[in-house]
Write a protein that binds this ligand. Sequence first.
Ligand SMILES: Nc1ncnc2c1ncn2[C@@H]1O[C@H](COP(=O)(O)OP(=O)(O)O)[C@@H](O)[C@H]1O
Ligand SMILES: [Mg+2]
Length: 342
Amino acid sequence: MSDASFLSLDKLSLAYGKTIAVKELDLDIRKGELLALLGPSGCGKTTTMRAIAGLMTPVSGRITLDGADITRVPANRRNIGLVFQSYALFPHLTVFENVAFGLKLQGIGGDELTRRVDAGLKSVGLTAFSGRKTPDLSGGQQQRVALARSMVMQPKVLMLDEPLSNLDARLRLEMRTELQRMQKETGVTMIFVTHDQVEALALADRIVVMRDGAIEQIGTPEEIYNNPVSSFVADFVGFENLFAIRNGKLVAAGGIELDPAGPLPDAAGLAWRPRAIALGAGPFTGTVRGVSFAGGTREYLLESGFGTVKAEADVSVPGYPLNAEVAFDMPISAAAPLHRFG
Ligand SMILES: Nc1ncnc2c1ncn2[C@@H]1O[C@H](COP(=O)(O)OP(=O)(O)O)[C@@H](O)[C@H]1O
Ligand SMILES: [Mg+2]
């Protein structure tokens, strides 16, 4: 085992009855890494987590952790923590007792129990809430209790399945920062499941984009954000203008072909973020069908001869009113080339 493959999934296939949910997944996770699993609902994120945790037996393939094959090891002997979106705390127990629960099951008591629970509560900023019953806590605090409860077990891998999706936007941001800090401080290997690209980009060392039970792309946040390999990933990370390339032409979503503004790269398609569309001059024209103010920028919906184009421009430049005719360019140099389309 090397550090680069602390946790390895090797051709892992998972099914519910006859329904294949995950197909021959290969994935190597480094020790101490914060890995995000990103993908739309139903792509197999939770299923993959359940298999790693030992809550599901693979149809085929292998899971190794820290040099040992754990494919057939029971869940309670894997030393892997799993925190769900629903925190599943015991409402009749205090915060301290909730966090102590798993340790007590392992026969840990006395001073060691107190010391480890106190350290866990401190790491999530809940020391002052130790004696409270969990229903008296806010959503964010309950989330922290669930996190502390897993962390005190000193898992080899801590997995979090959409842990922030029940929280409001502000709390989500706060917890995100906190999770990242906690992970860096403890060095725990962490897999974070989300369907929110912003969350994945903000948190992760590496992102795994999943689609239909398979991996579509693995990369750093910068790689995923700047160099999506496919139209699927591009669409997921905010490239709102996607064009296939066929016979030297760009093909818009509706199937209409257009001549590109320059030579095309050797790719299956091109993708532009709204802010990569240059407004005010260029070979194309569009009618403004929507303008929305977004703080530092304005977002435009342009209706062109080949379909709707989404553009974004700084508010410091004069804006365009509804129904204005605007010339625009889609510079090839500002597009991300896609290796797969569709
Ligand atoms: N208990 C189940 N029984 C049958 N099919 C399931 C079950 N759980 C999930 N699936 C199916 O497996 C696929 C992957 O689901 P899941 O792993 O929950 O996706 P995600 O977590 O990415 O939203 C989906 O097609 C889903 O419908
Ligand atoms: Mg899920």
